[in-house]
Ligand binder design. Structure first.
Ligand SMILES: C[S@@+](CC[C@H](N)C(=O)[O-])C[C@H]1O[C@@H](n2cnc3c(N)ncnc32)[C@H](O)[C@@H]1O
Length: 275
C-alpha cells in the first residue's frame, strides 16, 4: 500500500467531499437522536500543507488555497471555510487541512459517536494523536470494510463514510458488498461514498452494481468533472454517492461542485437522483 493522502489533502476532490460531508452531518444532526458515524478509510486526520508531500504535488493550491482566498465562492462552502479556519486557529493563510476525522470529531454532539478506521500504522498513529482523545471518538488500525461490517448496530442511526484510495481493483466491489449487506440489516443507514472519475464505463458499472446491491434505498449522485472523461489513466474528476440522503442537499452540493469545477475550462458538475 503506497497511498498517502498528504499528497492530495485539500485538493479539488477533498473540497467536494468535505463540503458534502459537512452538509450531510448538519442535515442528520437536525434530528436530536444520537448519530453513530463510521469512517472506513480515515487517513491521518490533519495534513500539513507546507510539508514535502503537499508541496511536491501542489494540489492544494487549486483547492483549499483557492477557496480560502476567493471572493466569489458560494454559501455552500461556508461551513468548510469555517472548519479550515478553525483547524488553523483562525490564523492567516492556512497551513493545515482538516480531513474527515477532524471534521467529524469537531461536529460530534455529546451523544454521538465516531469510529475512524485506518489500515496504515503510521497514518493511524497520527490519526489517534489528532482526534483519539476527543469525546465520543475511537480510532483503530485495521481494514475498514471488515470493521464496519462487524460493528454494525441495526438499532442505531448510522452514517458510514467510505473513501478508499482505489489502489486495489476490488475496492469498488467491496463498497457495493458492504453497502448491500449493511442495508439488508439496517435499511435506513446513511452512506457517503467517494469515487475518482476516470472513465465512464467504470463509473456506470459501479453505479449499476451499487443500485442492485442497495435497492430499494434512494441514491443521490454528485459528479464533479474537471475535464471530459477521455483518458482513463487520469483522475478527470470525482464523484460522490449518498445512500439514503436527507432532503435538501441537492442545491448546496450542486453549488459547491459548480464552484469547484468552474476553475477548469471543461469543468462541469451535476447532482442527480438514482433509484
Ligand atoms: C483517501 S484517504 C482517506 C481520506 C479521509 N477519508 C479524509 O477525507 O480525510 C484513504 C485512506 O485509506 C487508507 N486505507 C487503504 N485501504 C484501507 C482499508 N482497507 N481499511 C482502512 N483504511 C485503508 C489509506 O491508508 C488512506 O490513508
Amino acid at each position: 500500500m503506497n497511498y498517502r493522502h498528504a499528497f492530495h489533502a485539500g485538493n479539488f476532490a477533498d473540497l467536494v467531499k468535505h463540503a458534502a460531508l459537512l452538509h450531510l452531518l448538519a442535515a442528520l444532526q437536525a434530528d436530536k437522536a444520537p448519530l453513530r458515524i463510521i469512517d472506513t478509510h480515515a487517513g491521518s486526520g490533519l495534513y500539513d500543507l507546507r510539508g514535502p508531500q503537499a508541496q511536491r504535488s501542489g494540489e492544494a493550491q487549486a483547492g483549499v488555497m483557492r477557496m480560502m482566498g476567493a471572493g466569489d465562492r458560494p454559501e455552500a462552502l461556508d461551513d468548510l471555510v469555517r472548519a479550515v479556519t478553525a483547524a488553523n486557529d483562525g490564523a492567516g493563510e492556512p497551513w493545515l487541512y482538516p480531513g474527515s476525522p477532524w471534521l467529524i470529531a469537531q461536529a460530534l454532539r455529546p451523544a454521538d459517536t465516531y469510529l475512524a478506521c485506518e489500515m496504515q500504522a503510521e497514518e493511524q498513529a497520527r490519526l489517534a494523536q489528532v482526534v483519539g482523545a476527543m469525546p465520543g471518538v475511537r480510532t483503530l488500525c485495521g481494514d475498514g470494510f471488515a470493521e464496519a461490517a462487524q460493528v454494525l448496530d441495526a438499532k442505531a442511526r448510522q452514517l458510514v463514510l467510505i473513501d478508499p484510495p482505489f489502489e486495489k481493483a476490488d475496492d469498488y466491489d467491496r463498497i457495493a458488498v458492504l453497502a448491500g449487506e449493511t442495508l439488508a440489516r439496517s435499511p435506513k443507514t446513511h452512506f457517503l461514498i467517494w469515487l475518482p472519475l476516470k472513465d465512464l464505463e467504470t463509473f456506470d458499472g459501479f453505479l449499476r452494481d451499487l443500485e442492485d446491491a442497495c435497492e430499494p434505498a434512494p441514491l443521490l449522485v454528485v459528479e464533479a468533472r474537471m475535464r471530459p472523461l477521455g483518458d482513463p489513466m487520469k483522475m478527470n474528476g470525482c464523484a460522490l454517492v449518498l445512500i439514503n440522503p436527507p432532503d435538501g442537499l441537492e442545491a448546496p452540493l450542486q453549488a459547491a461542485a459548480d464552484w469547484v469545477t468552474a476553475v477548469e475550462p471543461g469543468g462541469q458538475a451535476r447532482v442527480w437522483a438514482l433509484g
